[in-house]
Design a protein. Structure first.
Length: 343
Protein backbone atom coordinates (compact mmCIF):
# COMPACT_ATOMS: atom_id res chain seq x y z
CA UNK A 1 0.00 0.00 0.00
CA UNK A 2 1.04 3.62 -0.45
CA UNK A 3 1.76 5.19 3.00
CA UNK A 4 -0.83 2.79 4.42
CA UNK A 5 -1.79 4.27 7.80
CA UNK A 6 -1.79 7.81 6.45
CA UNK A 7 -3.80 6.75 3.40
CA UNK A 8 -6.49 5.26 5.62
CA UNK A 9 -6.66 8.45 7.68
CA UNK A 10 -6.97 10.60 4.54
CA UNK A 11 -9.66 8.29 3.20
CA UNK A 12 -11.71 8.65 6.37
CA UNK A 13 -11.07 12.38 6.66
CA UNK A 14 -10.63 13.95 3.19
CA UNK A 15 -9.67 17.28 4.79
CA UNK A 16 -6.29 15.67 5.55
CA UNK A 17 -5.57 14.67 1.96
CA UNK A 18 -3.58 17.69 0.81
CA UNK A 19 -1.86 18.67 4.06
CA UNK A 20 1.24 17.06 5.61
CA UNK A 21 0.26 14.46 8.21
CA UNK A 22 2.15 11.83 10.19
CA UNK A 23 0.98 8.83 12.15
CA UNK A 24 2.56 8.28 15.55
CA UNK A 25 4.69 10.69 17.49
CA UNK A 26 2.29 10.76 20.42
CA UNK A 27 4.85 12.75 22.40
CA UNK A 28 6.37 15.70 20.58
CA UNK A 29 9.57 15.34 22.57
CA UNK A 30 10.12 11.58 22.42
CA UNK A 31 7.73 10.24 19.83
CA UNK A 32 8.69 8.47 16.61
CA UNK A 33 6.91 8.78 13.28
CA UNK A 34 5.36 5.50 12.10
CA UNK A 35 4.55 6.76 8.61
CA UNK A 36 3.48 9.93 6.83
CA UNK A 37 1.72 10.98 3.65
CA UNK A 38 3.40 12.29 0.52
CA UNK A 39 2.90 16.02 1.29
CA UNK A 40 4.88 15.41 4.51
CA UNK A 41 7.55 13.47 2.66
CA UNK A 42 8.08 16.49 0.42
CA UNK A 43 9.48 18.22 3.51
CA UNK A 44 11.84 15.33 4.23
CA UNK A 45 9.70 13.66 6.91
CA UNK A 46 10.21 9.88 7.00
CA UNK A 47 9.11 6.87 9.02
CA UNK A 48 11.20 6.08 12.14
CA UNK A 49 12.14 9.77 12.40
CA UNK A 50 11.81 11.42 15.79
CA UNK A 51 8.79 13.67 16.09
CA UNK A 52 10.87 16.64 17.16
CA UNK A 53 13.00 16.34 14.01
CA UNK A 54 9.93 15.93 11.84
CA UNK A 55 8.41 19.10 13.29
CA UNK A 56 11.60 21.02 12.62
CA UNK A 57 11.42 19.96 8.97
CA UNK A 58 7.70 20.60 8.73
CA UNK A 59 6.31 22.93 11.44
CA UNK A 60 2.78 22.56 10.03
CA UNK A 61 2.88 18.76 10.29
CA UNK A 62 -0.37 17.35 11.69
CA UNK A 63 0.25 14.48 14.10
CA UNK A 64 -2.32 11.70 14.32
CA UNK A 65 -2.18 9.12 17.09
CA UNK A 66 -3.24 6.28 14.83
CA UNK A 67 -6.01 3.68 14.97
CA UNK A 68 -4.45 0.25 14.88
CA UNK A 69 -7.79 -1.54 15.05
CA UNK A 70 -8.91 0.23 11.86
CA UNK A 71 -5.63 -0.46 10.06
CA UNK A 72 -5.86 -4.13 10.98
CA UNK A 73 -9.43 -4.30 9.67
CA UNK A 74 -8.40 -2.70 6.38
CA UNK A 75 -5.46 -5.11 6.13
CA UNK A 76 -7.86 -8.03 6.46
CA UNK A 77 -10.02 -6.56 3.69
CA UNK A 78 -6.96 -6.33 1.45
CA UNK A 79 -6.08 -9.95 2.16
CA UNK A 80 -9.61 -10.97 1.19
CA UNK A 81 -9.03 -9.30 -2.18
CA UNK A 82 -5.72 -11.16 -2.59
CA UNK A 83 -7.50 -14.45 -1.93
CA UNK A 84 -9.74 -13.91 -4.95
CA UNK A 85 -6.65 -14.49 -7.09
CA UNK A 86 -4.37 -16.86 -5.18
CA UNK A 87 -4.00 -18.60 -1.82
CA UNK A 88 -0.20 -18.48 -2.03
CA UNK A 89 0.27 -15.28 -0.03
CA UNK A 90 3.25 -14.36 2.13
CA UNK A 91 2.49 -11.32 4.29
CA UNK A 92 5.43 -9.10 5.17
CA UNK A 93 3.36 -6.67 7.24
CA UNK A 94 -0.19 -5.36 7.35
CA UNK A 95 0.29 -3.49 4.09
CA UNK A 96 2.72 -5.59 2.07
CA UNK A 97 2.77 -9.15 0.76
CA UNK A 98 4.21 -11.46 -1.86
CA UNK A 99 1.69 -13.24 -4.09
CA UNK A 100 2.60 -16.25 -6.23
CA UNK A 101 0.33 -16.20 -9.30
CA UNK A 102 2.22 -18.81 -11.31
CA UNK A 103 -0.79 -21.10 -11.63
CA UNK A 104 -3.55 -18.47 -11.68
CA UNK A 105 -5.79 -18.80 -14.75
CA UNK A 106 -7.43 -15.37 -14.55
CA UNK A 107 -6.34 -12.93 -17.25
CA UNK A 108 -4.79 -15.87 -19.12
CA UNK A 109 -2.18 -16.11 -16.38
CA UNK A 110 -0.74 -12.63 -16.98
CA UNK A 111 0.91 -11.50 -13.76
CA UNK A 112 0.86 -7.91 -15.01
CA UNK A 113 -2.89 -7.91 -15.63
CA UNK A 114 -3.50 -9.64 -12.30
CA UNK A 115 -1.48 -7.00 -10.46
CA UNK A 116 -3.31 -4.21 -12.26
CA UNK A 117 -6.69 -5.72 -11.37
CA UNK A 118 -5.70 -6.14 -7.72
CA UNK A 119 -4.68 -2.49 -7.56
CA UNK A 120 -7.91 -1.39 -9.27
CA UNK A 121 -10.01 -3.49 -6.88
CA UNK A 122 -8.26 -2.19 -3.76
CA UNK A 123 -8.83 1.41 -4.81
CA UNK A 124 -12.45 0.81 -5.84
CA UNK A 125 -13.49 -1.20 -2.78
CA UNK A 126 -11.27 0.14 -0.01
CA UNK A 127 -10.50 3.66 -1.18
CA UNK A 128 -6.70 3.64 -0.96
CA UNK A 129 -4.01 3.06 -3.56
CA UNK A 130 -1.42 0.32 -3.90
CA UNK A 131 1.77 -0.09 -5.90
CA UNK A 132 2.97 -3.39 -7.32
CA UNK A 133 6.16 -5.01 -8.49
CA UNK A 134 5.95 -7.93 -10.92
CA UNK A 135 9.01 -10.12 -11.42
CA UNK A 136 10.12 -13.75 -11.74
CA UNK A 137 11.89 -13.70 -8.34
CA UNK A 138 10.95 -12.37 -4.92
CA UNK A 139 13.54 -9.74 -4.10
CA UNK A 140 13.22 -8.10 -7.52
CA UNK A 141 9.42 -7.97 -7.16
CA UNK A 142 9.90 -6.19 -3.84
CA UNK A 143 12.38 -3.69 -5.29
CA UNK A 144 10.12 -3.13 -8.29
CA UNK A 145 7.14 -2.35 -6.04
CA UNK A 146 8.94 0.82 -4.93
CA UNK A 147 9.99 1.93 -8.40
CA UNK A 148 6.82 3.79 -9.42
CA UNK A 149 5.24 4.73 -6.10
CA UNK A 150 2.70 6.03 -5.40
CA UNK A 151 -0.10 4.24 -7.21
CA UNK A 152 2.15 2.65 -9.80
CA UNK A 153 3.33 -0.66 -11.18
CA UNK A 154 6.74 -1.84 -12.36
CA UNK A 155 7.04 -5.02 -14.41
CA UNK A 156 10.36 -6.83 -14.85
CA UNK A 157 10.02 -9.61 -17.40
CA UNK A 158 12.33 -12.65 -17.45
CA UNK A 159 14.22 -11.18 -20.41
CA UNK A 160 14.70 -7.88 -18.57
CA UNK A 161 15.67 -9.43 -15.24
CA UNK A 162 19.45 -9.65 -15.67
CA UNK A 163 19.87 -6.09 -16.94
CA UNK A 164 17.56 -4.66 -14.28
CA UNK A 165 19.53 -6.35 -11.49
CA UNK A 166 22.94 -5.47 -12.95
CA UNK A 167 22.27 -1.72 -12.80
CA UNK A 168 20.55 -1.88 -9.39
CA UNK A 169 22.16 0.25 -6.64
CA UNK A 170 23.12 -1.96 -3.72
CA UNK A 171 21.13 0.09 -1.21
CA UNK A 172 17.93 -1.12 -2.87
CA UNK A 173 18.60 -4.77 -2.06
CA UNK A 174 16.61 -5.92 0.99
CA UNK A 175 19.00 -6.55 3.87
CA UNK A 176 21.57 -3.96 2.82
CA UNK A 177 21.35 -1.44 5.63
CA UNK A 178 23.41 1.63 6.40
CA UNK A 179 26.36 -0.24 7.97
CA UNK A 180 26.52 -2.92 5.27
CA UNK A 181 26.27 -0.31 2.53
CA UNK A 182 29.19 1.58 4.05
CA UNK A 183 31.24 -1.63 4.08
CA UNK A 184 30.39 -2.28 0.43
CA UNK A 185 31.17 1.28 -0.62
CA UNK A 186 34.55 1.04 1.14
CA UNK A 187 35.24 -1.98 -1.04
CA UNK A 188 34.40 0.09 -4.11
CA UNK A 189 31.03 -1.61 -4.61
CA UNK A 190 28.00 0.52 -5.48
CA UNK A 191 25.90 -1.54 -7.90
CA UNK A 192 25.15 -5.19 -8.52
CA UNK A 193 27.40 -5.04 -11.58
CA UNK A 194 30.28 -4.06 -9.26
CA UNK A 195 29.64 -7.11 -7.10
CA UNK A 196 29.53 -9.38 -10.13
CA UNK A 197 33.09 -8.32 -10.97
CA UNK A 198 34.33 -8.63 -7.38
CA UNK A 199 36.05 -11.77 -5.99
CA UNK A 200 33.48 -13.91 -4.19
CA UNK A 201 35.96 -15.07 -1.55
CA UNK A 202 36.75 -11.48 -0.57
CA UNK A 203 33.07 -10.58 -0.40
CA UNK A 204 32.34 -13.60 1.79
CA UNK A 205 35.26 -12.75 4.04
CA UNK A 206 33.98 -9.20 4.49
CA UNK A 207 30.27 -9.97 4.98
CA UNK A 208 30.16 -13.60 6.06
CA UNK A 209 26.90 -15.46 5.31
CA UNK A 210 25.27 -12.34 3.94
CA UNK A 211 28.09 -12.05 1.41
CA UNK A 212 26.88 -15.25 -0.23
CA UNK A 213 23.27 -14.02 -0.19
CA UNK A 214 24.31 -10.70 -1.72
CA UNK A 215 26.36 -12.47 -4.39
CA UNK A 216 23.29 -14.45 -5.45
CA UNK A 217 21.02 -11.40 -5.41
CA UNK A 218 23.47 -9.46 -7.58
CA UNK A 219 23.44 -12.35 -10.06
CA UNK A 220 19.62 -12.33 -10.12
CA UNK A 221 19.42 -15.56 -8.14
CA UNK A 222 16.64 -15.90 -5.55
CA UNK A 223 15.22 -19.40 -5.24
CA UNK A 224 12.98 -18.65 -2.26
CA UNK A 225 9.38 -19.72 -2.71
CA UNK A 226 6.47 -17.60 -1.52
CA UNK A 227 5.91 -18.96 1.98
CA UNK A 228 2.31 -19.17 3.16
CA UNK A 229 3.30 -19.73 6.79
CA UNK A 230 5.88 -17.54 8.46
CA UNK A 231 7.10 -18.83 11.81
CA UNK A 232 8.39 -16.15 14.13
CA UNK A 233 12.13 -16.20 14.73
CA UNK A 234 12.08 -13.97 17.79
CA UNK A 235 9.77 -12.14 20.14
CA UNK A 236 10.57 -8.76 21.62
CA UNK A 237 9.23 -5.69 23.34
CA UNK A 238 10.72 -2.26 23.78
CA UNK A 239 9.92 1.07 25.32
CA UNK A 240 10.98 4.55 24.27
CA UNK A 241 11.27 6.65 27.42
CA UNK A 242 9.68 10.04 27.94
CA UNK A 243 12.85 11.18 29.73
CA UNK A 244 16.45 10.00 29.41
CA UNK A 245 17.58 7.78 32.28
CA UNK A 246 21.05 7.38 33.73
CA UNK A 247 21.12 4.91 36.63
CA UNK A 248 21.00 1.14 36.63
CA UNK A 249 18.06 1.16 39.04
CA UNK A 250 16.06 3.22 36.54
CA UNK A 251 16.84 0.73 33.77
CA UNK A 252 15.86 -2.17 36.02
CA UNK A 253 12.47 -0.53 36.57
CA UNK A 254 11.92 -0.41 32.81
CA UNK A 255 12.95 -4.06 32.52
CA UNK A 256 10.49 -4.93 35.29
CA UNK A 257 7.79 -3.11 33.32
CA UNK A 258 8.62 -4.99 30.12
CA UNK A 259 8.90 -8.48 31.64
CA UNK A 260 5.16 -9.24 31.82
CA UNK A 261 4.79 -7.89 28.26
CA UNK A 262 7.35 -10.25 26.77
CA UNK A 263 6.14 -13.17 28.87
CA UNK A 264 2.60 -12.56 27.66
CA UNK A 265 3.81 -12.69 24.05
CA UNK A 266 5.84 -15.82 24.67
CA UNK A 267 2.74 -17.51 26.06
CA UNK A 268 0.52 -16.18 23.26
CA UNK A 269 2.86 -17.73 20.67
CA UNK A 270 3.24 -21.02 22.58
CA UNK A 271 6.96 -20.38 22.53
CA UNK A 272 7.94 -21.43 26.07
CA UNK A 273 9.68 -24.59 24.79
CA UNK A 274 11.26 -22.89 21.77
CA UNK A 275 13.51 -20.39 23.57
CA UNK A 276 17.09 -20.54 22.36
CA UNK A 277 18.48 -17.16 23.43
CA UNK A 278 17.81 -13.97 25.36
CA UNK A 279 18.87 -10.47 24.48
CA UNK A 280 18.65 -6.87 25.56
CA UNK A 281 19.10 -3.65 23.63
CA UNK A 282 19.63 -0.03 24.57
CA UNK A 283 19.43 3.14 22.56
CA UNK A 284 21.50 6.01 23.90
CA UNK A 285 20.73 9.71 23.81
CA UNK A 286 23.03 10.06 20.78
CA UNK A 287 20.66 7.62 19.00
CA UNK A 288 23.26 4.86 18.79
CA UNK A 289 21.77 1.40 19.33
CA UNK A 290 23.52 -1.59 20.89
CA UNK A 291 22.31 -5.15 21.40
CA UNK A 292 23.60 -8.18 23.31
CA UNK A 293 22.20 -11.68 22.90
CA UNK A 294 23.37 -14.99 24.36
CA UNK A 295 22.24 -18.58 23.91
CA UNK A 296 20.01 -19.88 26.70
CA UNK A 297 18.38 -23.32 26.94
CA UNK A 298 15.31 -21.84 28.66
CA UNK A 299 13.75 -18.49 29.47
CA UNK A 300 15.05 -16.91 32.68
CA UNK A 301 13.77 -13.41 33.50
CA UNK A 302 16.62 -12.87 35.97
CA UNK A 303 19.12 -13.35 33.14
CA UNK A 304 18.19 -9.96 31.68
CA UNK A 305 20.00 -8.39 34.65
CA UNK A 306 23.15 -10.33 33.72
CA UNK A 307 22.82 -9.06 30.17
CA UNK A 308 22.30 -5.55 31.50
CA UNK A 309 25.62 -5.68 33.37
CA UNK A 310 27.37 -6.64 30.15
CA UNK A 311 25.67 -4.13 27.88
CA UNK A 312 26.22 -1.22 30.27
CA UNK A 313 29.95 -1.59 29.68
CA UNK A 314 29.28 -0.01 26.29
CA UNK A 315 27.43 3.01 27.65
CA UNK A 316 30.36 5.41 28.04
CA UNK A 317 28.35 7.63 30.41
CA UNK A 318 25.62 8.21 27.84
CA UNK A 319 22.01 8.55 28.93
CA UNK A 320 19.48 5.97 27.73
CA UNK A 321 16.30 6.70 25.77
CA UNK A 322 15.10 3.18 24.88
CA UNK A 323 15.21 -0.26 26.50
CA UNK A 324 14.23 -3.48 24.72
CA UNK A 325 14.07 -7.18 25.61
CA UNK A 326 13.86 -10.11 23.23
CA UNK A 327 14.11 -13.89 23.03
CA UNK A 328 15.28 -15.95 20.07
CA UNK A 329 13.22 -18.97 19.06
CA UNK A 330 14.30 -22.36 17.76
CA UNK A 331 13.50 -22.50 14.08
CA UNK A 332 15.46 -22.50 10.85
CA UNK A 333 12.92 -20.47 8.87
CA UNK A 334 14.09 -17.23 7.36
CA UNK A 335 11.73 -14.70 8.94
CA UNK A 336 11.61 -11.17 10.14
CA UNK A 337 12.26 -10.16 13.74
CA UNK A 338 9.36 -8.35 15.33
CA UNK A 339 9.62 -5.63 17.98
CA UNK A 340 6.46 -3.90 19.11
CA UNK A 341 6.65 -0.70 21.16
CA UNK A 342 4.99 -0.07 24.50
CA UNK A 343 4.62 3.65 25.18
Amino acid sequence: MDCFYAAVECRDNPALKDIPIAIGGSSERRGVIATCNYPARAFGVRSAMSTVHALRLCPDLTLIKGRMDVYKQVSEQIREIFLRYTEIIEPLSWDEAYLDVTHVEQFNGSATLIAQDIRRTIEAEIGITASAGVAPIKFVAKVASDENKPNGICVITPTELDEFVAQMPLHKIPGVGKVTLEQLNNLGLFTCADVRNFPFARLHKSLGKFGAILWNRCHAIDDRAVSVERIRKSIGVERTLSEDILTRSEIEKVIAYLLPKIEQRIAHNDAENRIKSQGIKLKFNDFQLTTIEHTRPFYDPAYFNDLLSEILLRRKNRAIRLVGLHVGLKDESDIEQLFLPFD
